[in-house]
Design a protein around this ligand. Sequence first.
Ligand code: UDX
Length: 435
Amino acid sequence: MNICFIGTGYVGLVSGVLFSDFGHKVICVDNDRIKIDKLNKGIIPIFEPGLDELVNRNLNSKRLVFTTDIKYAIKSSDIVFIAVGTPTAKDGISADLKNVYSASNIIANNINKYKLIIIKSTVPVCTGDDVENIIKKKNSSSKFTVVSNPEFLREGEAIRDFRYPDRVVIGCNNLKKTRSILEKLYEPIIKKGAKFIVTTRRSSELIKYASNAFLATKITFINEIANLCEKVGSNVEDIAIGIGTDERIGPRFLRAGPAYGGSCFPKDTKALIKIGKKFNIDMSVVKTVIKSNEKRKLLLADKIIKILGKSKNKNVGFLGVTFKANTDDMRDSQCLKIFPKLLKKGINIAYYDPTGKKKELENFIFRKSSDEIIKNSDLVIIHTEWDEFRSLNFNIIKNRKLKIFDLRNLYQPNTFANKNINYYSIGRKYYEKKA
Ligand code: UDX
């Protein structure tokens, strides 16, 4: 099949590359010329484990093409994916759809044969109707179908998530023409066991938001339980196992930590409230989740301040600054809210991240390794769960005291029993050595 992806951001790039790896001819389009030039040289603009090898393999096989020529891409394709960004709009809550509408207008002007138009971007319910109307209005004689097909890729795990998803969701109001094409497109994935869920376009659009809001709720719930565990001396990990083994609840997304962040949960939960408002439905649970998640970042900053106590030495070193491990993405990273609060208290902050320096943190000291952070800090904060932080070398501190606040529970508290270290974690008993 000839496929094109409009938008070579995270979702468009990963999905486009993997469809080409399935043997389709894929054209990935973007209006950012510098990005396209780099991609054509095999240089990947994002950090995603395994993606560079796939890009280079499929570029070499000529199944994958990167271009800025959107007209050529649409005209050459049977299937046109819309995978442009839908960031939060200026009002601070809605999804900004200008990229989706602009892509729809260009598609309308370039339909030269039947096109299956698939919306992969995360869009509010009824956007598929808008896209259909835009194209019909501009080009009334054109033959096309607009389908919703949301993505559920996690950053850092995107290749695995694309190849082995739990489900493929398709939303289409006219399946007669499209079902066989879509089944063929997703055949390699369905064969491996993914459920193929077919529903209406509006339901499919809503599945994406409901899914992200539900996962955000699960995380926020366990984070609040963790707060309670710390007060009553329970262990949040045992609670997560204890509730997660009930199949009605499920074990995943119950890891207590430093609040959820990233490019999707914060944006999509807000957009869901806006969608509810449009249809006069109060999304009160989601509103509470957002509030609790925001509060959590400040609560953690307060805990850091408390751990440092009255000591004169207030050098804090963060290990990892992105919103989670295996990504270089700083969008809605928890530390962006924590740092300013610490700064106000006169605390010196340094950080190390395996993906390098961050422009968002240019006023803070960047150190080149975990060892450098450990050597130069009174309190080390484990902010993300990179594997390399699971075996840190604490022997380098020699005869000095060190405090560790492990926001990801990477270590067991008793690991530090015989060390000169006070260890704090999330939702578990603290290991605090008395002076
Ligand atoms: C998410 C969704 O999982 C994915 O399906 C969707 O398409 C895009 O958004 P992503 O944002 O890449 O993916 O990361 P994810 O692994 O879901 O984590 C989101 C945030 O929740 C991170 O800050 C992570 O640290 C946090 N999290 C996740 C927890 O705190 N605990 C958990 O148990 C899981």
